[in-house]
Write a protein that binds this ligand. Structure first.
Ligand code: ZN
Ligand code: ZN
Length: 584
C-alpha cells in the first residue's frame, strides 16, 4: 500500500472520521495519532479515567457512517507553529509532535473535515463520499503505549478494517476466521507440541516429546540435504564473554537486548544472541589454506534475545530462538558456486514441503541503496557490487521468481531471501542467504592464497528453515496441523475394531515399527469410534483398521487423512507406500 493509493487515503481518512465520532461521544478524550495500516487503520486516544467498551465501538461505528453520509470534504491547510500549538494547547501529545515537526524544519499542516481539525501530513480523500460504508468495520480495542514506549502512558487504541468493496471486507473476515481456527497456539496445544510455564518465563517455549520429534525431523531433513554440499556440524557454548561482541561490533548496538550472565569472576558474560562470531573462532583455530575453502559450519542451536514482554507471541516471537544456522567461509571466486549450492538446499527442502510452487513463493534480492552508497561496505575491490550481480544472475539462471529490493541490503553485504505464501496467502520469510564482507575482517580471519599471501575470506550466513520456532508456527498454520507424512511426529495408528483383533493389530504394529515408521497401537479398552476420533483429532496422516474381514483376507484397511479414502492392502504394500512418501 502506497500513500498515493486510493485505499490508503480511505483508510487514513477513516481514522480521522473515527476521531470525530469518538470526540462526539467523549469530548474530553485527547486525540494522538491515527495512521492507515495494512488492511485498515487505528487511532490512539487518551480517554483519561474513562473505560471504553464494545458497546462504545458500536456507537462510534454508527456515528462514523452518519458522518460519511454527510459527504464532508477533507481540506489541507498550512499553519504556523504558534497556531498549531494554540489549537492543541490542552493536548500534550499533539504538542510533542508539533515541536518535532518544527524542529525537523518541516511545514505544519492541518486537515479539516467537517468541524474537526487534525494535525496531519495527509494525503486524504477529497470527500467522504469516496468511502464505501459497507466496506469498513471497527474491530477491536487494545492498549498501546504512547509512541510504543513502555515508559510512556498507556493509551486506548481503536482498530478498524477497511477495503474498497464489501466483498473484499467479507473475504478478509473469512481469512481472519480461518486464521483463528489455525492459530498455532491452539493447534500446538491440541497436538501437544509445546508448552509455556510461568515459572520458566514468557517467550521461553518448551517442546514436548512430540514437538521435539517434529524439530528433530526438520533438522535431520535439512542435514541430509546439506551433507551433500559439504556442511559440517559444529557445537558452541550458549554463553560468551562480552569481548566477542565488542570485536564483532555488535556490543554498542545490541548490549541492551542481551541477557547478561553473572558469574563468580568479574568477567562479563552474556547469552549468545547469534552464532556467527563463535563460528569465526572455530575457523580461526587453525591455519587455513585456499585449498581448505570453502569451510562450512552448520549448527542448529538456540540464541537468546531479551524481547519486550509485550511483543512476545506464541512461537512467532520468543526469547529463546533455535536457528538452523550455517556459515560458509569462502574465497572471492567461490561466491557464485556457494550461493548456488545454498539455493539448491533451500529448493530441495521446500519442495519436500510442497511449498516451492509457482505463485506460492518469491525471492527478494536485497541490494544497496544506489542513492546512498556510502552507507555500505562497498570496498574498492568491487566485491559487494559483484555479489549483487551474482545473486541476480543465480535468481535468473535458477528460474526463481525474484524482485530486486533496493536499499534492503545490510551494510556488510547483499542478501537473498525466500518468501513463502501460506495457505491463507500470508507471506513468511524463511530461507535466507546473506553475504558478509565485514565480520571476517573484524576478527582478522585469513587464509593463505595460491601465491603464499594472506587473504581475508568472505563469509556467508545462511538459514534454511529460519528459526525452528517460527518455522513450526508457520507450518502449523499453513497445514492446519496436517503435517506432511515425513514431518508427522506420529505417522500412523493401528486400530483393532474389537478385542478379537488385538493380536493381529499388535503384529501389524510391530511390522510397521520395524520398517522404521512412527506408529502407535490404539488397543485401549475404549469404544472403536472413540479411538478413530482420537486418530483424527491427532491429525495422523494415516490410520489402519483391523476388522474381521481384514483378518480373513490377511489384509488391512488403510485410511488416508487427506483424501478421506480407505483402501484394503497387504502390510507390505502399506510399508512400500510409506517408504515412497517418506522420501518425498
Ligand atoms: Zn490524516
Ligand atoms: Zn550468522
Amino acid at each position: 500500500m502506497e500513500k498515493t493509493d486510493k485505499i490508503y487515503k480511505i483508510r487514513h481518512s477513516l481514522a480521522h472520521i473515527l476521531a470525530m465520532a469518538v470526540l462526539d461521544k467523549y469530548p474530553e478524550a485527547k486525540i494522538t495519532i491515527g495512521p492507515a495500516v495494512e488492511n485498515g487503520f487505528y487511532y490512539d486516544f487518551d480517554f483519561g479515567d474513562e473505560k471504553i467498551s464494545e458497546a462504545d465501538l458500536k456507537d462510534f461505528q454508527k456515528k462514523m457512517k452518519k458522518i460519511i453520509s454527510q459527504k464532508i470534504d477533507f481540506v489541507e491547510k498550512e499553519v504556523s507553529k504558534e497556531e498549531a500549538l494554540e489549537k492543541f494547547a490542552d493536548n500534550e501529545y499533539k504538542k510533542e509532535l508539533i515541536e518535532e515537526i518544527s524542529q525537523n524544519g518541516e511545514k505544519i499542516t492541518f486537515y479539516q473535515s467537517g468541524d474537526f481539525e487534525d494535525l496531519c501530513e495527509g494525503p486524504h480523500i477529497e470527500n467522504s463520499s469516496e468511502i464505501v460504508t459497507d466496506a469498513f468495520k471497527l474491530t477491536k480495542i487494545a492498549g498501546a503505549y504512547w509512541r510504543g514506549d513502555e515508559k510512556n502512558k498507556m493509551l486506548t487504541r481503536i482498530y478498524g478494517v477497511a477495503f474498497g468493496t464489501p466483498e473484499e471486507l467479507k473475504a478478509y473476515e473469512e481469512m481472519i476466521r480461518e486464521a483463528e481456527k489455525r492459530d498455532h497456539r491452539k493447534i500446538g496445544k491440541e497436538l501437544d507440541l509445546f508448552t509455556f510455564s510461568d515459572l520458566v518465563g514468557s517467550g521461553l517455549p518448551m517442546f514436548t516429546p512430540k514437538g521435539t520429534l517434529f524439530r528433530d525431523l526438520v533438522v535431520e531433513r535439512i542435514q541430509k540435504i546439506q551433507d551433500k554440499f559439504g556442511w559440517k556440524k559444529v557445537t558452541i557454548p550458549h554463553i560468551t564473554k562480552s569481548d566477542l561482541y565488542k570485536v564483532s561490533g555488535h556490543w554498542d548496538k545490541y548490549k541492551d537486548d542481551l541477557f547478561h550472565v553473572k558469574g563468580k569472576s568479574d568477567t562479563e558474560f552474556v547469552m549468545k544472541p547469534m552464532n556467527c562470531p563463535h563460528h569465526t573462532q572455530i575457523f580461526a583455530s587453525s591455519p587455513k589454506s585456499y585449498k581448505d575453502l570453502p569451510i562450512r559450519y552448520a549448527e542448529t542451536t538456540m540464541v537468546y534475545r531479551d524481547e519486550q514482554a509485550g511483543e512476545l507471541l506464541g512461537l512467532s516471537r520468543v526469547r529463546s530462538i533455535t536457528q538452523d544456522d550455517g556459515h560458509a567461509f569462502i574465497t572471492d571466486e567461490q561466491i557464485e558456486e556457494e550461493i548456488k549450492n545454498i539455493v539448491s538446499i533451500i529448493k530441495e527442502f521446500y519442495t519436500s514441503l510442497g511449498m516451492l510452487k509457482d505463485g506460492n513463493y518469491w525471492v527478494s534480492v536485497s541490494v544497496h541503496d544506489s542513492k546512498h552508497p556510502e552507507k555500505y561496505l562497498i570496498a574498492e575491490d568491487g566485491l559487494f557490487l559483484k555479489a549483487e550481480e551474482i545473486m541476480k544472475k543465480i535468481a535468473e539462471d535458477e528460474n526463481l521468481p525474484y524482485k530486486v529490493v533496493e536499499g534492503e541490503a545490510a551494510f556488510y553485504g547483499p542478501k537473498l531471501d525466500f518468501q513463502f505464501k501460506d495457505a491463507l496467502g500470508r507471506e513468511w520469510q524463511l530461507g535466507t542467504i546473506q553475504l558478509d564482507f565485514s565480520m571476517p575482517k573484524r576478527f582478522g580471519l585469513e587464509y593463505t592464497d595460491k601465491d603464499g599471501g594472506k587473504k581475508t575470506p568472505v563469509m556467508i550466513h545462511r538459514a534454511i528453515a529460519g528459526s525452528l520456532e517460527r518455522f513450526m508456527s508457520v507450518m502449523i498454520e499453513h497445514t492446519a496441523g496436517n503435517f506432511p507424512f515425513w514431518m508427522s511426529p506420529v505417522q500412523v495408528a493401528v486400530i483393532p475394531v474389537g478385542e478379537f483383533a488385538n493380536d493381529k493389530a499388535g503384529e501389524i504394529f510391530e511390522k510397521i515399527k520395524e520398517a522404521g515408521f512412527r506408529v502407535e497401537l490404539y488397543d485401549e479398552n475404549e469404544g472403536f469410534g472413540k479411538r478413530v476420533r482420537k486418530a483424527k483429532k491427532e491429525k495422523l496422516p494415516y490410520f489402519i483398521v483391523i476388522g474381521e474381514k481384514d483378518i480373513e483376507t490377511g489384509k488391512v484397511t488403510l485410511e488416508n487423512r487427506d483424501t478421506g479414502e480407505s483402501k484394503q492392502m497387504t502390510v507390505d504394500e502399506v510399508i512400500e507406500k510409506f517408504q515412497k512418501e517418506n522420501n518425498q
